[in-house]
Design a binder for this molecule. Structure first.
Ligand code: SAH
Length: 453
């Protein structure tokens, strides 16, 4: 071991790790410095020393990087939500591009990755349509809300998150004010006592509709009608609900919902298709960029009106309905039954009839439909969770042999692994396009186009 805990080292940050931490070298040892920005010369204090590398905390920036910017949010460092606020947005986009390219080269084994320029945001702040604020107490006993610090459940107090919409503040002030006025206790994770766990807020970017859902360790909020009155003053308020979660768990939402006022959902649109969103539904959190992401997926699908398309991992059918406007017929597969119910409703709402949805695991539904019913596909679109596609999905796709496969991915490492599988079996990687859905964080979405060779 080279370094001792608490030792101070001076180094230049030369690289950026996958979690956004700065990476530098001191005496030949690799040091990961949280909050260090590529190009900075810093002093950092060692917090954990290993044989060949160490973790350190940024102590002082001695010479700032030309890419260093002042974070918009005063809580950017302690809060676990953002990792890259101190890096200029252009550089964030470069970082994400290189991350995708690096995975495709190292894990996928591709040598010349056909990358298109990353699709960045016009306004890399205030883009999230959903926020879930935990409620708790400060050391001095005040009721507070904000976000968890990285890797812990300590609440960093903040009502003005710069990734969310300004309306959040108005909601939080009223809910916390109500709790203070009537001495309503926040939930305590350690004891399981207290009432208010989380405040979930959703905002329809295209409709201006707001949903507030209080997650309670119980089914009754004292003086609820007074809070409803206060929340209704906020323009756009459409839905006020309670979600009951009595379990001692870190899963935020429980199963049952009670309507306090308004509708049990809000409505929003992506690319001209409207969706009803309930507190429990999955919905993309950055609707502007999602429109662009889907447009890219549609471009890669290259549809002319007659094609049969499968959309695997379809959620509430957002991509399926987008594709259906240009395809002959679309079949969506999704494992969550409630999401499929939403998908069917969304199809009806929009008068889209050339779609069919299946509930089940993609790795079971697709092979079964192929073997038993001999289903066919011109194009298959997949949008799996982080762990990527099950091998049974990949092998069935290979057998079905569609002309094109469009892969939408939220984890470029598993994307690279799956593309390698398909490209070893006759597919050619034609294009890859990263899309930034989550500015200020290290996450990146990618769309890839494969053509049958
Ligand atoms: N395409 C949708 C959702 C993508 S998120 C959209 O853009 O909105 C990934 C989805 O895959 C989630 O809805 C998740 O519930 C679903 N999922 C997870 N594992 C699955 C599996 N094995 N088979 C089918 N769907 C699955």
């Amino acid at each position: 071991m080279k370094f001792q805990k608490n030792e101070l080292v001076r180094l230049k940050i030369e690289d950026c790790g996958v979690d956004g931490q700065g990476i530098g070298r001191a005496d030949g040892f690799t040091v990961f410095v949280k909050d260090g920005v590529i190009g900075d010369t810093v002093t950092a204090r060692i917090v954990k020393a290993k044989k060949t590398y160490a973790y350190a905390r940024l102590e002082e920036v001695i010479e700032p990087s030309p890419f260093r910017v002042e974070p918009k949010c005063p809580c950017a460092r302690p809060c676990g939500g953002c990792q890259l606020q101190a890096l200029s947005y252009d550089r964030q986009l470069d970082f994400k591009t290189e991350r995708v390219r690096g995975h495709l080269e190292r894990i996928g084994g591709f040598s010349k990755v056909p990358m298109e320029p990353i699709i960045g945001m016009e306004e890399p702040y205030f883009y999230r349509n959903k926020a879930q604020f935990p409620v708790g107490k400060s050391r001095d006993g005040r009721i507070i809300t904000g976000f968890y610090a990285g890797r812990t459940h300590t609440i960093v107090e903040n009502r003005d998150c710069v990734l969310g919409v300004p309306e959040n503040r108005q909601v939080l002030d009223r809910v916390i004010g109500h709790m203070e006025r009537f001495h309503i206790p926040p939930y305590e994770e350690t004891t399981g006592k207290g009432l208010v766990r989380h405040i979930l807020i959703r905002y329809g970017f295209f409709t201006g509709e707001i949903m507030v859902c209080l997650v309670l360790n119980g089914d009754r909020l004292p003086h609820a009608s007074l809070l409803v009155e206060a929340l209704r003053e906020i323009p756009g308020m459409t839905s006020i609900m309670v979600n009951v979660n009595r379990k001692q768990t870190n899963v935020i939402l429980g199963e049952s919902l009670l309507l306090l006022w308004g509708k049990p959902y809000i409505t929003d649109t992506i690319g001209g298709i409207s969706f009803q969103i309930s507190p429990l539904s999955f919905y993309q959190v950055n609707p502007r960029q999602t429109g662009r992401l889907y447009a890219k997926a549609l471009e890669y699908a290259d549809l002319h009106g007659e094609e049969t398309v499968w959309d695997l991992y379809c959620g509430i059918g957002t991509i399926s309905l987008f594709l259906a406007q240009r395809a002959g017929f679309v079949r969506g597969v999704e494992v969550v039954p409630a999401a499929i119910e939403n998908a069917r409703q969304n199809a009806r709402r929009n008068g889209i009839e050339n779609v069919e949805f299946f509930v089940g695991k993609a790795e079971e539904v697709l092979p079964e439909e192929y073997r038993r019913n001999g289903v066919y596909a011109d194009v298959i679109v997949v949008d799996p969770p982080r762990k990527g596609c099950d091998e049974r999905v990949l092998s069935t796709m290979e057998e079905m042999s569609p002309r094109r496969i469009v892969y939408v991915s939220c984890d470029s490492a598993t994307l690279a692994r799956d593309l390698k599988y398909l490209c070893a079996r006759g597919y050619i990687l034609e294009k890859v396009c990263p899309v930034d859905q989550f500015a200020q964080t290290v996450e990146v979405e990618t769309v890839a186009k494969l053509r049958r060779g």
